[in-house]
Design a protein around this ligand. Structure first.
Ligand SMILES: *[C@@H]1O[C@H](CO)[C@@H](O)[C@H](O)[C@H]1NC(C)=O
Ligand SMILES: *[C@@H]1O[C@H](CO)[C@@H](O)[C@H](O)[C@H]1NC(C)=O
Ligand SMILES: *[C@@H]1O[C@H](CO)[C@@H](O)[C@H](O)[C@H]1NC(C)=O
Length: 560
């Protein structure tokens, strides 16, 4: 749920962490739980395993009564269940997670509604139904699972008639013009995973009419509806709808999947909820053009289409309407000054963008902002060459320090502050909203104050803290709060990280063991006649006891 996809995802799901009912809407059922007497089986922990064991192929909905999205889905799901049962004997069930929470946790339900497929008495690997929530789509999806996902045809005439004719192509068709057994197996696996999005066809004989195609995989895109094109001519599509993947012997499933995921995308398109998901799934770096008017979009359309063509398979390009998606820019570490161009390197969550104006410059601006095409191209080239400098989210460097013993550091000055030739640097990475971070703060400050008291320790160990929720630390991405790290004096590399629960005693031990100077806090306590402060360590029990609650709190934040 990171990378800003959440804003869009929220429009389709209820988060597990939500507790209150959402708006009531005029729907057929009083809540999202199916009443008795429909084709949908109601499962609980008691009968779940038995049901899965008795049925070859089932679709399960996991939900809670109050979720509006589930309520809207329910009538469609009931219709699909009736037809699936009558035509194919395929069963659909529902689990109420507000009653059977542990079962839903075990399955790994991350949002409601979750539609999951179980085949051959196991949950499928790629099990989440993400298609449109209509009875017909759900029905087709499940029926496709029964048949073999790869269709085998004998000759070109049959191929064109059955799978490549314009009226037969709802989804893109992927055709394998070969019969190499090792690749055939990979092709079958890809088909099993992606049969909802592509038609997979295999025809070794078809290559005899066109030897160029032998042993290749070709992706055929469905023809574009001419009427739609006139209304909505904002997409730059590949001029040919054929993609070729050469050297099949060295291809693995991951590679084939990734190729399919990006090859179905246009070179440049306008973002909406449906296609945005496809860009996220393609897992390539994504370049964003935020535009302010349809005219502006059209002015840049061919330009970005060219970039998309040139860098196919390396990164994708998408236009976003700034009026609709303006708040999305905060995930890109940019200011709401439009138009703008930014790149999000999804796999590593780093962001890049063209320079923006200062707030004052922006306020006194009289003309519209113009993006420079040369600068965009340059940024893309630098990014792909690995020489572009990522945007660092950072608070301003504090002008005064509140605590003389603990230096507040921000994203901008992090690297220079934590690496020191002569001092061990102890860092507390915290988040303001995190309760464990707050609990640790007094103990951390106390240890820092004690070290500051001693003339030797004072010049050998520096204490630093960083709000890692408000500052990107590119050299050390923080994944949990609080994180305690020591950068030993003279080292340039990544820090040593404290493992486990932190309290005053374990902090002093860690500084002694991880630091280059091995300054021992317990010796300092003796030297200055400081008694063991038992209070600060009683926090350990609290932290352990509250661990689950804290993890939940963190997850809830991810959703927002
Ligand atoms: C769509 O736009 C392109 C230029 O962007 C233009 O060449 C083409 O004729 C347009 N097609 C339609 C149907 O308007
Ligand atoms: C900083 O350390 C000194 C020396 O131990 C101590 O007197 C002072 O109270 C500490 N300051 C804070 C804010 O803890
Ligand atoms: C610590 O206490 C001992 C004995 O109680 C005393 O001799 C010593 O001077 C004290 N040291 C400090 C730094 O106060």
């Amino acid at each position: 749920m990171r990378f800003g996809a959440v804003l869009l995802v929220q429009a389709l799901f209820c988060a597990v962490s939500w507790v209150a009912a959402q708006d009531q809407n005029d729907v057929q059922y009083s809540d999202a739980i199916v009443p008795e007497g429909t084709a949908i089986a109601k499962l609980t922990l008691a009968n779940f395993a038995k049901f899965i064991k008795e049925n070859e192929l089932v679709l399960g909905e996991f939900t809670v009564p109050w979720c509006l999205h589930s309520k809207i889905l329910l009538p469609e799901l009931v219709k699909a269940a009736e037809r699936l049962d009558a035509d194919k004997g395929i069963k659909v069930f529902q689990v109420d997670c507000s009653v059977d929470g542990p079962l839903c946790d075990q399955i790994g339900i991350a949002h409601y509604p979750s539609l999951k497929t179980f085949k051959n008495h196991k949950m499928m690997k790629d099990n989440e139904y993400t298609g449109r929530r209509t009875a017909n789509d759900i029905y087709d999806f499940m029926v496709n699972h029964v048949a073999s996902p790869v269709k085998r045809v004998q000759d070109v005439a049959q191929l064109h008639e059955m799978y490549l004719a314009p009226d037969k192509m709802e989804n893109p068709a992927v055709v394998y013009y070969g019969a190499e057994p090792q690749f055939d197996e990979i092709f079958g696996k890809a088909a099993n995973e992606l049969l909802n999005s592509f038609s997979f066809v295999s025809c070794a004989q078809c290559a005899s009419e066109n030897e160029d195609l032998r042993d290749k995989v070709v992706l055929y895109m469905p023809p574009v509806d001419e009427r739609e094109l006139e209304l909505n001519n904002h997409t730059v599509r590949p001029e040919t709808s054929v993609f070729e993947l050469t050297d099949l012997a060295s291809v693995d499933l991951e590679e084939l999947r990734s190729w399919l995921m990006y090859s179905r995308l246009p070179y440049f398109d306008n973002a909406n909820i449906d296609n945005y998901r496809l860009y996220m799934e393609s897992k390539l770096p994504l370049a964003y053009f935020f535009y302010v008017s349809p005219q502006e979009y059209m002015d840049y359309k061919e330009f970005f289409g060219e970039l998309g063509r040139k860098y196919r398979g390396k990164m994708n390009f998408l236009g976003l309407n700034a009026l609709v998606f303006h708040s999305h820019v905060r995930f890109l570490n940019m200011k709401e000054q439009f138009p703008l161009f930014a790149i999000h390197d999804l796999p590593v969550n780093q962001k890049y963008g063209l320079p923006q104006l200062t707030d004052d410059e922006y306020k006194s601006l009289t003309d519209l902002i113009q993006l420079d095409r040369g600068e965009i191209t340059q940024l893309v080239d630098d990014f792909l060459a690995g020489t572009a400098v990522p945007l660092v989210k950072s608070q301003p460097i504090p002008e005064t320090q509140e605590n003389a013993n603990v230096t507040r550091v921000v994203g901008m000055n992090h690297d220079e502050m934590v690496h020191d030739a002569t001092m061990d640097v102890v860092v507390r990475y915290f988040a303001d909203w995190d309760a464990q971070s707050r609990k640790l703060e007094p103990a951390f400050n106390e240890v820092a104050a004690m070290f500051a008291m001693d003339p030797e320790a004072n010049v050998k160990v520096r204490f630093v803290d960083v709000d890692a929720a408000e500052n990107d630390i590119l050299s050390f991405p923080v994944t949990s709060f609080p994180t305690i790290a020591v950068y030993p004096a003279g080292s340039q590399g990544p820090p040593l990280v404290h493992q486990g629960v932190v309290a005053k005693n374990s902090l002093m031990l860690f500084i002694r063991d991880a630091g280059a100077h091995h300054i021992d806090g317990f010796e300092l306590m003796k030297k200055y006649n400081l008694t063991e402060d038992i209070d600060s360590d009683s926090a350990v029990d609290d932290v352990v006891a509250n661990k689950d609650a804290e993890v939940r709190e963190e997850n809830a934040h991810d959703e927002l």
